[in-house]
Design a protein around this ligand. Structure first.
Ligand code: PEP
Length: 252
């Protein structure tokens, strides 16, 4: 079976104001003028999803960075997957390491959030990744594979499930794992998915995230079982982000 179509996803985190719509217009211009050999996703803060969704195209989808694990109810300040879907967003990131750290989200919470997202028809991008301490202790493989096993909802299907491997120590630091370290972890994630989903597991996208930029995208995206990128800082400016997208011009 051939590899799934790659996805380059931007996580804007707590950045972006209404004027940032210029970046989406610019991104659409760059894609329509020069093409994109991958799917493209922007996950802005909730406040911008409505405006950005109106500019979604066949190439560019919009998503959210988190959702509540309930679909509605008395949860002041929270946003549900149904609300995200209502704005024509298609994806939601769950279990980002900043959510796991800042909001004490464990695998069980992440799984419940992914379940809420998938139940409403969204694609869940489930983030996993080891800390520096865990890598130094030789625990990276064990930590990541156990996060994958514990964070995927029971009723998930291949079509609505994506995994993002993001070593915590590589996020926003300018440091990246070696290509062979990325390959080792992505292969291990694929094995877990094979055990869980059978032969169609090869169609689940496993994204790499952590200090991806135009200059390292080609090398990282060429690693076997890397089916795209989750990009933080370098996704905020359309031209920088397009530099990562265009790495796929040279990847089959
Ligand atoms: C992220 O936060 O998902 C991320 C990968 O950030 P950065 O690209 O800035 O390292």
């Amino acid at each position: 079976m051939t590899a799934p179509k790659a996805l380059v996803a931007g996580n804007w985190k707590m950045n972006g104001l209404t004027a940032s719509i210029d970046q989406i217009n610019r991104l659409n211009d760059l894609i329509s003028q020069n093409g994109a050999n991958c799917d493209v996703l922007i996950c802005p803060p909730y406040t911008l999803i409505n405006a950005f969704s109106k500019l979604a195209t066949d190439h560019l989808s919009i998503g959210a960075q988190d959702c509540h694990f309930n679909i509605s109810g008395a949860h002041t300040g929270d946003i549900s997957a149904a609300m995200i879907k209502d704005l024509d967003a298609r994806y939601v990131i769950v279990g980002h390491s900043e959510r796991r750290a800042d909001h004490a989200e464990d695998n069980e919470t992440v799984k419940a959030k992914a379940e809420a997202a998938q139940s409403i028809g969204l694609n869940a991008i489930i983030c996993v990744g080891e800390t520096e301490k865990q890598r130094d202790a030789g625990q990276a493989l064990e930590v990541v594979t156990s996060q994958v096993k514990a964070s995927i909802p029971d009723q998930s299907v291949v079509e609505n499930t994506l995994i993002a491997y993001e070593p915590v120590w590589a996020i926003g630091t300018g440091r990246t794992p070696t290509e062979s370290d990325v390959e080792e972890i992505h292969n291990a994630i694929r094995q877990v998915l094979n055990g869980r989903f059978g032969e169609n597991a090869s169609q689940i996208k496993i994204l790499y995230g952590g200090s991806v930029k135009a200059s390292n995208a080609h090398a990282l995206m060429s690693v076997p079982n890397v089916n795209g990128a989750l990009v933080g800082g370098a996704s905020l400016k359309a031209d920088d982000f397009y530099g990562i997208i265009s790495a796929y011009d040279q990847i089959g």
